[in-house]
Ligand binder design. Structure first.
Ligand code: SF4
Length: 220
């Protein structure tokens, strides 16, 4: 209850004769943002899925030794509709990224993403491999990155604390999920002979046009 103090009460609150004595130590003054974020940061529901070896550490984090329920985050859900945190734990392959983006789009706002380990952050030991994406943030926004191959459960717990700090700083006045306008949906990449990010379609067309051989002019 660290945030719920009357330390920021208006000056004179404690000495104001109009405030009854029995209320002086029972009334807490805080802001709506602090109450809202205090509840949200202790009630995060991670999505239950893993991609590679890092997922083993994520599973260990959820077991009794590391006691994830201290954070109020222990309830993992297999459905993106019931989750608000995606932990990308493992190698992101080109075959898998369309499914990851689809799952991300299916999560309701507010939603957060943790890139766990070297692979999810930047491709890891497989960076520039023919079948590997060089970081999940090429496609979906990431809130917290964890280094390591694999990161230990303590590192994942540290990322939860960092995400809690980020949630604490958000304000009802400007959080995107209460703004009018179109929902922020990420186009699902298309996997053909290679992976195509549809947000870069125009750029790809222009580069292809520049690289195409020009037809030789017929001799006069
Ligand atoms: S970062 Fe290391 S441990 Fe994690 S998925 Fe990649 S290779 Fe496996």
């Amino acid at each position: 209850m660290a945030e719920l103090t009357n330390a920021n009460a208006p000056e004179g609150f404690q000495n104001d004769p109009r405030v009854p004595d029995e209320l002086k130590n029972n009334v807490f003054i805080t802001s709506l943002d602090k109450i809202y974020n205090w509840g949200r940061k202790r009630s995060v529901w991670p999505m239950l899925f893993g991609l590679a070896c890092c997922a083993i550490e994520m599973i260990a984090t959820a077991a009794s030794r590391h006691d994830l329920s201290r954070f109020g985050w222990e309830l993992m859900r297999a459905s993106p509709r019931q989750a608000d945190l995606m932990i990308v734990s493992g190698t992101v392959t080109k075959k898998m990224i369309p499914q990851i983006v689809r799952l991300y789009n299916q999560m309701p706002e507010p939603r957060y993403v943790i890139a766990m380990g070297a692979c999810a952050t930047a491709g890891g030991p497989f960076k520039e491999g023919y079948n590997v994406v060089s970081g999940v943030d090429k496609f979906i926004p990431v809130d917290v990155y964890i280094t390591g191959c694999p990161p230990r459960p303590e590192a994942l717990l540290h990322s939860f604390i960092k995400l809690q700090e980020k949630i604490e700083k958000q304000s009802l006045r400007n959080v995107p999920w209460y703004q009018k306008g179109e929902e922020d949906v990420v186009p699902i990449p298309v996997l053909g002979p290679d992976l195509v990010d549809l947000r870069r379609a125009q750029e790809i067309r222009e580069k292809a046009a520049q690289a195409a051989p020009t037809q030789e002019q017929p001799a006069a």
